[in-house]
Ligand binder design. Structure first.
Ligand code: T4K
Length: 405
């Protein structure tokens, strides 16, 4: 008879978690403050289109990051698209494949070729030496991604861009509240783009922002987010609708008041995971640079299945069976997703570090939706699975499919 997960003693019976635990469970902040703000905006009857909460939110983001301008938008994908357009990128743009698909799509959507570049083994962000090798006369820009909040090699990439007369922006979707060399993320390159999606460290339900020190660029993006209007009845460019609504800004302002609490919780779980999984063969925590400010929003394990004997994907299946929605961000890599896999089928050969990392990452729930007991329970399951890796792996073979990353 075929064996199932339920035949395993520790995993038999009900799942370890009665309710599902997610990677990216939203931070809410003070609910009463949020509801009071929602009442205000309803009383004002000003719901969107550059309202007072959006303006206040932009001011607060600019202050927090030290950037001169913040333009709030309805999500980071449109923020990237508009920034790419405003900076007149064209031809080819160098990006990592180790990112959420939105980074690549924002280019391809505008008929610009994303040229996928490998990352380095220390930060998992664009490797400047590899970027240089990929430059061609068609290259117009570089987009670095501060993956999981870990900043890119900002100086080296900026220097490379300047020497080659290229634009440079950073996809900082994961990096609000993080710093690099003592300076907050937000003020680097021609612009940086934050995501304030529900799953992000700071959320506005859906939302994003472009931050920049460039007056002209900020003004251009403001026009582009509002259909190209530069005043009543005066459309000056091909814009779109990418405005942030007042209710989103109300959520963002409320979250901003609790940032210290969000960081403290994330940081303490980062340390707890580190301590409770310490010494487990084949399991390591992707580390943050503790000399910098970090938001610790993503808890990333690296699984070496030669040591664990149970594969990363089996571990994920096992966690899902226990109601833990562990993820494989960003498996299988943008270059293996459509349309890129068909358009550029040879890409994987030049991405060895990316390919290797994609086989090893496993993201776990953390943050304000979790408790210290939850983290301990999760670590207990992982420790058990790894210490019985070989037996469990055999039992699981061919039993269940792999869950999506
Ligand atoms: N650049 C980078 C590097 C990015 O990571 C992202 C987005 C972007 C650009 C684009 O930003 P936006 O245009 O979205 O502002 C999620 C998010 O939708 C996406 O924003 C995020 N990155 C990406 C890393 O994660 P999915 O496809 O994994 O979403 P989903 O529905 O599977 O949810 C993720 C987890 O969060 C699940 O375990 C469920 C949980 N969740 C989700 C929502 C929406 C909750 O617990 N509550 C919720 O309300 O993309």
């Amino acid at each position: 008879m075929k064996q199932t997960l339920n035949d395993l003693a520790i995993f038999g019976g009900p799942a370890a978690f009665a309710e599902i635990r997610h990677v990216g469970g939203p931070n809410i902040g003070d609910r009463d403050r949020l509801l009071a703000r929602i009442n205000d905006l309803l009383d004002r009857r000003w719901l969107t289109n550059d309202g007072p909460f959006v303006q206040e939110f932009e001011k607060r983001i600019a202050e927090t990051t030290g950037a001169k301008h913040c333009v709030a938008l309805c999500n980071a994908t449109l923020a990237l698209e508009i920034t790419i357009r405003a900076l007149e990128m064209s031809g080819e743009v160098i990006v990592p494949s180790m990112t959420f698909i939105a980074t690549a799509h924002a280019l391809q959507w505008q008929h610009i070729t994303p040229v996928f570049c490998d990352i380095d083994e220390e930060t998992f962000t664009l490797d400047p030496a590899r970027v240089e090798e990929l430059l061609t006369p068609r290259t117009s820009a570089i987009i670095g991604v501060h993956l999981w909040g870990r900043p890119c090699w900002i100086d080296q990439l900026t220097d490379l861009a300047q020497r080659n007369n290229l634009k440079i922006i950073f996809d900082a979707a994961h990096a609000f509240g993080c710093s690099w060399n003592g300076r907050m993320i937000g003020g680097f390159g021609d612009a940086e783009v934050f995501s304030f999606h529900a799953t992000k460290f700071l959320n506005t339900f859906e939302g994003g922002a472009v931050v920049t020190n460039n007056d002209e660029l900020a003004a251009k993006i403001r026009v582009l987010r509002n259909f190209g209007f530069a005043g009543y009845d005066n459309v000056v460019s091909l814009g779109t609708n990418a405005k942030m609504s007042e209710v989103s800004a109300a959520m963002g302002l409320t979250g901003l008041e609790s940032l210290d609490e969000f960081i403290a919780v994330n940081h303490s779980y980062y340390r707890q995971y580190g301590a409770e999984l310490n010494g487990l063969d084949g399991v390591s925590l992707a580390l943050h640079d503790e000399t910098q400010k970090n938001n610790y929003q993503y808890l990333v394990l690296l699984i070496d299945d030669r040591a664990t004997k149970i594969s990363r994907d089996q571990l994920i299946d096992l966690l899902w069976a226990e109601n833990v929605r562990a993820r494989r961000y960003f498996y299988p890599g943008c270059h293996r997703m459509q349309p890129y896999d068909t358009l550029y089928p040879q890409t994987s050969a030049r991405l060895p570090v990316t390919e290797d990392l994609l086989q090893r990452v496993l993201l776990l729930p953390t943050g304000t939706t979790m408790s210290p007991q939850d983290i301990s329970e999760l670590c207990r399951i992982i420790s058990f699975a790894v210490s019985h890796g070989e037996e469990i792996s055999q039992l699981m073979s061919a039993e269940i499919g792999t869950h999506a990353g």
